[in-house]
Ligand binder design. Structure first.
Ligand SMILES: Cc1ncc(COP(=O)(O)O)c(C=O)c1O
Length: 451
């Protein structure tokens, strides 16, 4: 089916335009396409690093909380980091063991919202608190068990400033110099601090992550004597994914190889410091799932703008553009609009007349009533035209590496329903794992209740 290929190599599945289009005929476009094989390989890669380093891996399920994905993690012995009461419930319903022996699910939060406290109490979940007042809240709720403390170690940088999760401008965690006060408060409430946690940035460059993990190990070693009942240290998530890499599978093991030896050293050091067989944890989200899903959209039109003369009123800025209009928008995949994130884009068409004319700079834009509904953005929030072969109306456009913070961040803006999720099993069979949201689904929450 070479004639159907535009510039996209489906590394793990034999899907082509016809395969994608046959799914589209059943579920419509846009839709999410997950690949079980890719997920399995990513889980394997993390497990190898964890085994080499002597660490326990959790999955930060906020990256993609689909039950199917969470189940895969649990089936492979990966524990769960949840960040809300509902994520705890989702994890338990997906089969995670409740309780703290061992703490398969940890609830990490800066604020207890909705049912977070209830979920902790009902399922005996280990709370990982990110704000000092949460100790009192736990006590008021009658909680008497163990706790984990998320510290802000004073540093931590992500792939963009908005993903910094440590340092004076970060809202996350309890400032490191308050550790002694927290230890006193916990003792007053008869709560045992069994884990120290920090998450020092989501998706930084690997070199930076390694340097910050070493700094964090120092910080943990310095802080550990304040908490004599520690059983574990969590180094959070943050493992980057190479969104520009044409073949993410190729980079699979090389990328994270330095982490194994680093954690091996860290485990040794923290055990020596504490003189206990402490556990060391990591909790990647993005690395596990980023390459496991693609967002598949239909090209609905191609339109052009032209440069205006300088004498025109406002709005004339920029040269002319070619816009590829597609039926997916930032309600589906928010990352480009939110962070200027880069996702590889490819097109598939049914034409048998050979490859389309050469690549040219185009802007890929969606259906939302919002000027920023553009997938080809850069980190400065401007449109960044991308060289792509010009598709035809009706072709399919695939946005790659959308599995992390993709569906999980999707919304109903413009009253658009969330797109369906399709799972391609290792045998190549497609299954619908969530259907398209309808207007009735959206309206179901509205009431006219007098308060
Ligand atoms: C507490 C915590 N752990 C883990 C993660 C996962 O990070 P990543 O997806 O970069 O691995 C996050 C994400 O920001 C987080 O806040």
């Amino acid at each position: 089916m070479e004639h159907n290929r535009r510039d996209w190599d489906w590394h793990t599945s034999p899907l082509d335009f016809n395969g994608l289009d046959s799914i589209a005929a059943k579920v419509g476009t846009p839709f999410w396409l997950y690949d079980a094989g890719t997920l399995k390989r990513r889980i394997g890669a993390v497990k190898r690093v964890a085994a080499e380093g002597g660490v326990m891996a959790r999955y930060a399920m906020k990256a993609c909380s689909a039950t199917r994905v969470v189940r895969e993690m649990l089936a492979n012995g990966i524990w769960i980091d949840a960040v809300s009461g509902n994520e705890v419930v989702r994890a338990i319903r997906a089969g995670a063991a409740p309780g703290q022996s061992p703490p398969v699910v940890v609830l990490t939060a800066d604020v207890f919202r909705d049912n977070a406290l209830d979920a902790i109490m009902q399922y005996g979940i280990l709370p990982n608190i990110g704000s000092p007042g949460m100790l009192d809240e736990l006590a008021r709720a009658g909680y008497k068990g163990n706790i984990a403390i998320r510290i802000n170690p004073g540093f931590g940088h992500g792939h963009v400033n908005a993903c910094d999760t440590g340092g004076p401008s970060s809202k996350h965690g309890i400032w490191f110099s308050q550790a002694e006060e927290i230890a006193r408060q916990a003792a007053l409430h008869a709560m045992k601090v069994v884990m120290l946690h920090a998450h020092i940035g989501s998706g930084p460059q690997m070199e930076e992550l390694l340097a910050n993990l070493r700094r964090l190990a120092n910080e943990f070693a310095r802080t550990a004597p304040i908490f004599p009942e520690l059983e574990a240290f969590s180094f959070g998530g943050g493992i980057p994914h190479s969104y520009h890499e044409e073949n993410p599978e190729k980079a699979l093991n090389d990328e994270i190889a330095p982490l194994g030896p680093l954690f091996h050293e860290v485990v040794k050091r923290l055990r020596e410091t504490t003189r206990r067989e402490v556990r060391v944890e990591i909790e990647p989200g993005r690395y596990f799932v980023a390459p496991c899903a693609k967002l598949v959209a239909r090209v609905t039109d191609i339109k052009k703008t032209e440069p205006r003369s300088a004498s025109t009123p406002s709005g004339e800025k920029g040269g002319g553009q070619t816009f590829i209009m597609v039926d997916a928008g930032f309600v589906d995949l928010l990352r480009p609009a939110m962070y200027g994130s880069y996702h590889r884009i490819s097109t598939y068409g049914p034409s048998k007349s050979g490859p389309p004319p050469g690549a040219r700079p185009v802007v890929v834009a969606g259906p939302l009533c919002e000027s920023g509904d553009v997938f080809t953005r850069d980190a400065s929030d401007f449109i960044a035209p991308r060289d792509l072969p010009l598709p035809a109306k009706g072709d399919l456009l695939v946005i790659h590496d959308a599995g992390a913070y993709g569906y999980a961040m999707s919304s109903n803006y413009n009253s658009v329903g969330r797109a369906p999720q399709v799972w391609i099993g290792e045998d190549g069979a497609a299954a619908l794992i969530s259907r398209r949201e309808t207007v009735d689904d959206i309206l179901r929450l509205e009431t006219e209740t007098t308060l």
